[in-house]
Design a protein. Structure first.
Length: 291
């Protein structure tokens, strides 16, 4: 009768990974960790803002708890089709209504919808942030002749990714928040359009930033500041290109400038109209909330 073999005598069912497979495995792990870090950063940046708004609402309206306040914030943000963190920030920075006031912002000025013709998209729902940002991004990509680009909005002194097209998840995660020396940051700081004709050789990028941009298939980029009538920078819209750029014609630059100014004026209007309407809606929801 043959003797039983020990577990150590049995051939392993798992073959060792080849160097190439081992490298691919580590890259996959690193990419997954980068995504998790980005998600945590988004939550870490948004949570204090939301928590502050919850506390304000609980105290102001004598709500049962923070969960009740969060529910009202979420409901009002969804009805207005705006980001919850944007509404929470508005709650924190806007002086509250007077005691017993049925209206939060009585007598506020009504602003006309800005002319959106420069976006070249026909009839648009001006109250829909996603629709307007998408139309502006499409206009920029059409003018610059590419299918890769993104829109960033200024929030708390940094640029936050708000809309993108044709870019990898790694790219959009890495640039979820930007306050460094990139073309978009330089365009915001200078209030002028910035062209990076060749990412691989251009100064001003650290190694990680350059690697992420190149890995996304972008060899060149162009950034346009979003400015309002007071020349305040409210964001940046950028195009990315699969080949190095020679530059743009004066007609193209003029069209891009018009798009940036149109979107900048719209952002200002959205903040003064749609966002404040959402605050009024939140006020009514809170007044009628169970205690």
């Amino acid at each position: 009768m043959p003797s039983a073999s020990s577990p150590g005598d049995r051939p392993s069912s798992q073959q060792p990974l080849s160097p190439a497979d081992e490298t691919a495995k580590w890259r996959e792990t690193a990419e997954r960790l980068r995504e998790q870090v980005t998600m945590l950063e988004v939550r870490a940046r948004a949570r204090p803002r939301v928590a502050l708004a919850e506390g304000i609402l609980v105290e102001r309206y004598r709500l049962a708890n923070a969960e009740a306040a969060f529910s009202l914030l979420r409901q009002a943000s969804q009805r207005a089709n705006i980001k919850l963190h944007q509404l929470a920030a508005a709650v924190a920075r806007t002086p509250g209504p007077g005691p017993g006031a049925r209206v939060w912002l009585s007598g506020r000025a009504q602003h006309p919808i800005p002319d959106l013709a420069a976006l070249g998209a026909g009839t648009l729902n001006a109250a829909n942030q996603g629709e307007i940002l998408g139309a502006a991004l499409h206009r920029v990509l059409t003018v610059t002749g590419t299918d890769m680009g993104n829109v960033q909005l200024v929030e708390d002194g940094v640029l936050r990714m708000a809309k993108h097209a044709g870019l990898s998840r790694q790219f959009t995660d890495y640039f979820a928040f930007v306050d460094g020396n990139t073309s978009c940051a330089r365009a915001a700081a200078s209030r002028h359009q910035v062209t990076v004709k060749e990412v691989a050789s251009a100064a001003g990028f650290d190694d990680d930033t350059r690697r992420v941009i190149l890995s996304a298939g972008s060899r060149a980029c162009h950034s346009i500041p979003l400015v309002d009538e007071q020349d305040s920078v409210l964001g940046v819209i950028s195009s990315h290109h699969a080949r190095p750029l020679l530059g743009f014609t004066q007609a193209q630059l003029k069209a891009l400038d018009a798009t940036g100014r149109t979107l900048g004026n719209w952002i200002k209007w959205h903040q003064a109209t749609v966002l404040l309407d959402a605050l009024e809606d939140l006020h009514q929801l809170a007044l009628n909330a169970p205690r």
